[in-house]
Ligand binder design. Structure first.
Ligand SMILES: O=C(O)CCC(=O)C(=O)O
Ligand SMILES: [Fe+2]
Length: 331
């Protein structure tokens, strides 16, 4: 297990306490800590986040139970490519030894975004023969959505914006939650040392429930890889590409990867938040110093996610292989 004291330079990934979120003055102080973390490494841990431990534990246990089933059981829930909901098996030749169960906002078929065919918009796909999965993961999904909104407020305050700035842009977040399972790597696969290859997250921000065995590594702005510490009852939060664009690279969408050398199965639950599909993501004027120009071209949030996620599904693109190719935003 990685502990802070074992992790190389783990102190660069700060732990921020959100317990006093309901106090307006405290929110300002919390947001200052978030700003400091985003100006440096782009990653931080949160405690006092308001998601009850029982809800986290139940979701983690259900994920383990799901991936312990024989694969034929999961194949019944095979991903519905139209909505990207359900079980995504590990594919042959995939560089990462990874399978997942995918869900998002639960939208009816007559929802305008679903009717428009917008990526990631649709009904969730809960297996009827495994009711315990829905029972355990749905409360987690809702609690994490609510936490996402608290973080949107804190991020807005951290940038001296109106507290509702991001909440307004994320009224219907292009939310994406994955129960992830990394299978133990064979000796051959270990040569690659990757459970999740180097990447940046595409959206606005990510809320990650880590595996207690750790394994997440983060690249600092000066290019050094550091281990994210595992601390019980915390989430890892990181800045995604869209916040980097919004802030003109003041906040950094940090490359990260997972090294799974423990020889054990690994379970993590990332939840990715992005703004409403049609949101135009462009440099926030107050993030520009006098005379400074935007570094990135504006983009439409939903289109960007569609492109990036479909490219990720290919798994073979040069860009995904890392080696400096991970930088992603068109300039
Ligand atoms: O599994 C983890 O700890 C991190 C996963 C991750 O970075 C991702 O899915 O984007
Ligand atoms: Fe990630």
């Amino acid at each position: 297990m990685y502990h802070a004291e074992q992790g190389l330079k783990a102190e660069v990934i700060p732990l921020i306490d959100l317990s006093d979120f309901n106090d307006a003055t405290a929110r300002i102080a919390i947001s200052a800590n978030i700003r400091a973390a985003c100006l440096s490494v782009g990653f931080f841990l949160i405690k006092g986040h308001g998601v009850p431990k029982e809800i986290c534990d139940a979701a983690a246990a259900a994920s383990r139970r799901y991936f312990a089933l024989p694969e034929e059981e999961r194949i019944k829930d095979l991903i519905d490519p139209r909505f990207r909901r359900g079980f995504m098996p590990s594919s042959d030749g995939q560089r990462e030894v990874l399978e997942s169960f995918e869900l998002s906002l639960d939208l009816p078929l007559d929802d305008p975004d679903v009717m428009a065919g917008h990526f990631l918009h649709g009904p969730n796909r809960w297996p009827a023969d495994k009711p315990w999965l829905h029972e355990a993961v749905e409360p987690y999904r809702q609690a994490v959505l609510a936490l996402g909104e608290r973080l949107e407020r804190l991020f807005a305050l951290s940038l001296d914006l109106d507290e509702n700035y991001f909440v307004e842009l994320c009224r219907k977040p292009t939310f994406h939650l994955r129960l992830m399972h990394n299978m133990p790597q064979t000796e051959e696969e270990k040569k690659d040392h990757m459970a999740v290859g180097e990447h940046t997250d595409f959206g606005m921000l990510t809320i990650l429930m880590q595996d207690p065995n750790g394994g997440l590594e983060v690249q600092t702005r000066d290019g050094e890889w550091v281990k994210a510490p595992y601390v019980e009852d915390t989430f890892v939060i990181n800045v995604g590409d869209m916040l980097e664009l919004w802030t003109n690279n003041l906040y950094v969408s940090t490359p990260h990867r997972v090294i799974g050398l423990t020889g054990q199965d690994r379970y993590s639950i990332p939840a990715f938040f992005s703004p409403s599909f049609d949101t135009l993501v462009e440099c926030i004027p107050s993030c520009l110093a006098p005379g400074e120009k935007p570094k990135f071209a504006p983009l439409q949030g939903g289109e960007y996610l569609t492109q990036r996620l479909s490219r990720e599904s290919d798994k073979v693109s040069d860009e995904y292989e890392g080696v400096g190719g991970h930088r992603k935003l068109a300039i």
